[in-house]
Design a protein around this ligand. Structure first.
Ligand code: GLY
Length: 546
């Protein structure tokens, strides 16, 4: 299959494939694999490992993630390689004797670490769909870790902002415990050794032997209770994606244990009857409608969603038009609904905004959408010297203290309570969109709870407001997540008059508290097969095509 990309002088240059990720080095490594004849799944493997080298705050081999795919034949599927709670975990593990949550225990140090799923997930993708030898896919990252990569300005700022925490958890001499400047070279020979071990021994090279032993030792030394059995028993799961229609789009996204697909479906289907494309872009009317859909969806998220292997989730009901129309019965175009008047749940969604997403399209027409994370920036800050990486703090995505029963008898956050071997609820929303049966978008974002709204708004920009993919991504975002009952706007949100009108409807927001929302990396294919790429300028994100 041949796609086209538009260049500045609007000639059409045929291109074979695209990789858009958080870092130039990773996108280029992915593209090299495509150039060698590898497919999008091979490039997923190579890009994942490359991000673990150059993007240590979120790229990882010690976290977890989700992949949504659509093959050239139109087959779709998804892989869950989310972390799991260790066997020793229990519902009260972050509570003191008075039942109060102990501050930071689920975020920093060994007790915050979930059993990593990334390596098992990446290798599962290779086993099922890969066409090139594993060694060819890992080798570029081994070389990158050995030769080193240059620190960017944003990366230096990010590393320096966490330096004290790195030292607090790991001691003065820890690998990242120094001040970094733009242009510094980071070589990570221990990570190169670890990647080599995975290349030689596959899953056993990570989940058994000295690599696993060094993780168990360090996690437990820093307050955790993880075992070799936790590592050796980890398995990824192929899951049916969430699939729904929106006008002439078919949207394929991640199902539980991610809330991404269900919430995205809810938001899109709640606004579908209102023909948002007829409302002026970023007008008070359009913003109000989207905010009210976001509010209602996040209320459901807290109550219903968790690991489907442990809790029954009424997922088809939650995304059905009947249910969602009913949810919008109290929508008033002239008045903000109070979150306290929206039933379901009383759990505040507090999620870190550090995660990473990449999108890949190959020359055969296979599309891959991957979001992966350590949860917080640099995860738990627990750095395992022998293997050269930080461990995740994904346990913080469980509800540390489930709330009280709701009107349906469900207990708030209970669905996402901690249990051994359970997967914590996520917001990651790797997504693929078809238009009239043909591939249209591959996209996703980091951003914790703001991931879903970032994906929601990017799809609407591209489809309803007919923007190109870069403009769809650049456009300022906003976010409402039911609790707290306030809207967040990005700093460059300029529609001040419309915002004043929103205040009059009863919406709460404080523009002084604005911050960046999401970093979407996406690929778009139009009806003529012209491909365009969008890398989010909010980060160091980079689109590479060939
Ligand atoms: N840890 C971020 C997420 O899974 O949504």
């Amino acid at each position: 299959m041949l796609f086209f990309i538009c260049c500045e002088n609007s000639e059409k240059i045929p291109i074979q494939g695209a990789v858009v990720s958080a870092r130039e080095e990773a996108s280029k490594i992915g593209i090299e694999i495509l150039k060698k004849g590898g497919n999008a799944f091979d490039a997923m493997v190579a890009t994942s490992f490359a991000l673990s080298v150059v993007f240590p705050n979120a790229g990882n081999i010690t976290g977890g993630g989700f992949m949504v795919y659509r093959t050239s034949e139109g087959d779709i599927g998804s892989l869950d390689y989310r972390e799991m709670a260790p066997l020793s975990s229990d519902e009260d593990m972050y509570l003191d004797n008075n039942g109060k949550v102990i501050d930071d225990l689920s975020r920093t140090g060994g007790l915050a670490v979930g059993v990593p799923g990334s390596v098992a997930g990446i290798l599962e993708v290779h086993n099922k769909f890969g066409s090139l030898p594993l060694n060819d896919l890992i080798k570029p990252s081994v070389e990158l870790a050995k030769k080193g990569f240059l620190v960017t300005e944003k990366q230096a700022k990010s590393l320096n902002s966490k330096k004290d925490e790195f030292i607090k958890v790991n001691g003065e001499s820890t690998f990242y415990g120094k001040k970094f400047m733009k242009g510094d070279l980071i070589r990570n020979p221990n990570l190169a050794k670890t990647l080599n071990e995975i290349s030689k021994f596959g899953n056993k090279g990570f989940y058994e032997g000295w690599v696993a032993e060094s993780m168990v030792r360090k996690i437990n030394k820093t307050g955790g209770r993880i075992s070799m059995e936790d590592f050796s028993s980890y398995r990824p799961r192929w899951r049916r994606p969430i699939v729904f229609d929106y006008k002439d789009l078919k949207i394929i996204s991640m199902g539980p244990p991610s809330s991404g697909g269900i919430c995205l479906a809810q938001m899109m289907k709640m606004i579908e009857p209102y023909n948002i494309g007829n409302l002026k872009y970023k007008s008070q009317e359009a913003l109000h409608l989207m905010i009210e859909a976001e509010r209602r969806s996040y209320a459901d998220r807290s109550y219903f969603l968790g690991d489907p292997d442990f809790v029954a989730i009424p997922k088809y009901h939650l995304i059905s038009s009947d249910y969602l129309n009913e949810r919008m019965l109290n929508y008033d175009p002239l008045l903000a609904t109070k979150s306290s008047d929206i039933p379901h749940g009383d759990i505040v969604v507090v999620e870190s905004d550090e995660t990473t997403h990449f999108s890949i399209l190959d020359s055969f027409g296979n599309a891959v959408s991957v979001t992966t994370t350590l949860n917080g920036s640099y995860g738990s800050k627990v750095f395992v010297d022998e293997i050269g990486v930080f461990m995740n703090n994904e346990m913080d995505d469980f509800s540390s203290k489930p709330g009280s029963p709701n009107m349906f008898g469900l207990t708030g956050g209970k669905a996402n309570s901690i249990k051994p071997k359970k997967r914590m609820l996520s917001s990651m929303t790797p997504t693929i969109v078809e238009k009239n049966g043909k591939l249209f978008l591959i996209l996703g974002s980091p951003g914790g709870s703001t991931i879903i709204t970032s994906v929601f708004q990017t799809i609407l920009n591209a489809y309803e407001y007919k923007m190109g993919i870069q403009e769809s991504i650049d456009s300022p975002r906003f976010h409402h997540q039911w609790v707290p009952d306030s809207v967040k706007f990005e700093p460059n949100f300029k529609n001040i008059n419309e915002l004043k009108k929103l205040k009059l409807l009863g919406h709460h927001f404080d523009l002084q508290k604005s911050k960046i929302i999401g970093r979407v990396d996406a690929i778009m294919v139009n009806e003529k097969g012209t491909i365009s790429v969008g890398a989010d300028k909010r980060g160091d994100d980079f689109a590479q095509t060939y």
